[in-house]
Design a protein around this ligand. Structure first.
Ligand code: GCB
Length: 596
């Protein structure tokens, strides 16, 4: 339960973003020396939100393994007296502990979901309060995503089995907010369509009090339905559904009443009325077959790494519109909440993924690894990892359950899935996701080493989501062989599972500016030809209901011989300039959009 903070007549929210003091704890002494008790050592400053890694142009910071410290001073308005005061972090990668002045207030594990602390009794009103955060970027076998730290003669090195740079720090907005003491703690909505009418089921939770008034307003501000009670059903005649490409939103206004009937708190939530269902090999939104076009993305930018920034976000969405994409996958972790809000408003369809990536010792840096360890064992991905994974699913669903743009949960990317151990590991996690949210389909993204008929996890999934690199990691440079292999495998999936298939990744690295008359891997032409080959195949297989190219843009990875200044499978460069493939996709997706 964690409602996004907002400002209205009853609530107030202030961002603490900006330059914070910063100290790299290279020797790991900050906790022993209780750095939170005073000003951090040194004079370094760090922007929040941002990854710290690329800001100072210093390898010691970029490749640091361990803890770093952030500190700011937060002025608490005197007018907040009598209110409940909360300190909230949009995310801290990957674990954090927070102090207000000398008091420890909260710790959190997991780099991509929010956490907060009630600091009402600690803060001094009308004064500046010291906020100190220690952020640890280490991944271990018990974390999501997993990793391990190797001790080398040159110091610790962070290793992991996923293919993106381990950016860390305070990646999202930090806020201090006030609510009334008796307050709304959570709102859940699920929607349905009944002919031309829309149905909105709601459930309100409150810290105290049993009475709530809810009213639904349309986009013009007109009230279209109201109800009383902490839970209930609203019916909207002639509803304007939330549709892909349009994204119509209603506003649910919730008021909490005290025993005398006076309003004591108010909260507003955007609501899109839509349905999601699976019928045979169709993926239905509002009862109509939906075909996903778009990308697996990354939160990844020059200089700020994974730090959220509205300018970059709106530009990325503008490029999605330019190219004609209707969807994205939050590969390989939950994105900033601003991204989902934007998708809600603009009708972009989202596959929402947990940070469970790299649960596969057969893969290293995107390709086959030399590891001889087992993926699932007490020393590697274990019951402890599974518990962290369960928690990651919980926090994702809790955070994103009300977003109409989210139509499908992806609980993992490319885990080892061809073994009995994988089946045992995933079965309860699927059950957990379904119990948390019976209203959306649940899936995971399958890796090429567990083909149709071999995968022991696909049976739990409502859809088949697969990443395939025929023509790149296998049959590199041989698109004719790749085309045969791809088509054969897709038919196998239809035969084995009979579910809708979304190709959640396919693509080729291309170094922008490398050209060739006779196309070769790494050229822009080869990237175009490979994508066009996949599209011919998709158009021949009815059960394919989506194509999401890997990746939207080039992105940073850890160092390795297979990566040239990062992963170059972007259709845009890292600074968002289109490669030749972008124009090919634009033609296809716009033509498809117009045909619908
Ligand atoms: C994959 C992974 C993705 C990698 C990609 C690649 O299958 O899901 O994270 O970046 O392949 O380019 O190797």
């Amino acid at each position: 339960m964690m409602l996004r903070p907002l400002t209205n007549a009853f609530r107030d929210c202030r961002a603490l973003d900006g330059l914070w003091r910063f100290a790299l704890d290279a020797e790991g002494v900050g906790r022993d020396q209780q750095w939170w008790r005073g000003a951090l050592p040194g004079k370094a400053e760090m922007p929040v939100p941002a990854s710290y890694n690329d800001i100072p142009a210093d390898a010691a910071v970029r490749d640091h393994v361990g803890e770093v410290w952030y500190q700011t001073s937060a002025h608490v308005p005197a007018t907040w007296g009598g209110q409940r005061i909360v300190l909230r972090f949009g995310a801290a990668a990957h674990r954090a502990t927070v102090w207000v002045d000398d008091q420890e207030v909260v710790s959190h594990v997991g780099g991509y979901t929010p956490f907060e602390a009630d600091v009402t009794d600690l803060v001094r009103l009308g004064e500046a309060n010291r906020v100190t955060v220690v952020v640890d970027n280490r991944l271990d076998w018990d974390s999501i995503p997993p990793g391990y730290v190797e001790d080398t003669p040159d110091g610790p090195r962070q290793r992991y089995h996923h293919d993106f740079f381990n950016y860390a720090g305070l990646h999202r907005t930090v806020s201090l907010y006030a609510t009334p003491p008796a307050h709304i703690t959570d709102v859940t909505v699920t929607t349905d369509l009944d002919g031309l009418a829309g149905i909105v089921d709601y459930e309100v939770r409150a810290s105290e009090g049993e009475r709530a008034l809810v009213a639904l307003h349309d986009a013009a501000g007109t009230e279209v339905a109201r109800a009383e009670g902490l839970s209930g059903r609203l019916r909207v005649e002639d509803v304007h559904p939330w549709r892909p490409g349009e994204g119509y939103l209603y506003e649910l206004r919730v008021e909490l009443l005290d025993a005398g009937g006076a309003v004591v708190d108010r909260y507003s939530l955007n609501v899109g009325v839509r349905t999601v269902a699976i019928d045979g090999t169709d993926f239905l939104i509002n009862g109509e077959p939906f075909y996903f076009t778009g990308f697996g993305m990354h939160e990844d930018h020059v200089v700020r790494g994974k730090g959220h920034d509205d300018a970059s976000m709106v530009h990325d969405f503008a490029l999605l519109e330019w190219i004609g994409a209707n969807s994205l996958r939050t590969s390989h972790y939950p994105y900033a909440e601003e991204v989902l809000d934007y998708a809600d408003r603009h009708g972009i369809v989202v596959i929402d993924e947990t940070a469970a990536v790299g649960l596969n010792l057969g893969i290293g840096g995107g390709i086959v690894s030399s590891s001889t360890q087992e993926t699932y064992s007490d020393e590697t991905v274990s019951a402890r990892t599974q518990e962290a994974h369960r928690q990651a699913i919980r926090e994702l669903v809790e955070r994103d359950k009300n977003h109409p743009s989210v139509v499908l949960w992806s609980i993992a990317n490319e885990p080892e899935s061809h073994t009995d151990a994988a089946r045992d590991y995933f079965k309860p996690l699927f059950a957990e996701a379904r119990a948390l949210d019976p209203s959306r389909p649940v899936g995971f993204v399958n890796v090429m080493f567990a083909r149709a008929g071999e995968c022991k996890v696909a049976e739990f999934s409502d859809v088949v989501m697969i990443n395939r690199y025929y023509g790149w990691y296998v049959q590199a440079g041989d698109l004719a062989a790749a085309e045969r292999a791809l088509e054969a495998e897709l038919h196998e999936w239809v035969r084995c599972e009979g579910k809708p298939i979304i190709m959640t990744e396919y693509g080729a690295d291309a170094q922008a500016g490398v050209h060739s008359a006779v196309s070769q891997p790494w050229t822009e032409e080869y990237q175009v030809e490979l994508l066009e080959m996949y599209h011919r195949v998709f158009d021949r297989v009815e059960a394919v209901v989506g194509e999401q190219v890997w990746n939207f843009a080039d992105f940073a990875t850890s160092a390795g011989f297979a990566r040239v200044d990062g992963n170059k499978k972007g259709v845009f460069t890292r600074d968002r300039r289109p490669k030749a493939a972008a124009f090919s996709l634009k033609r296809r997706w716009h033509a498809r959009g117009e045909a619908v």
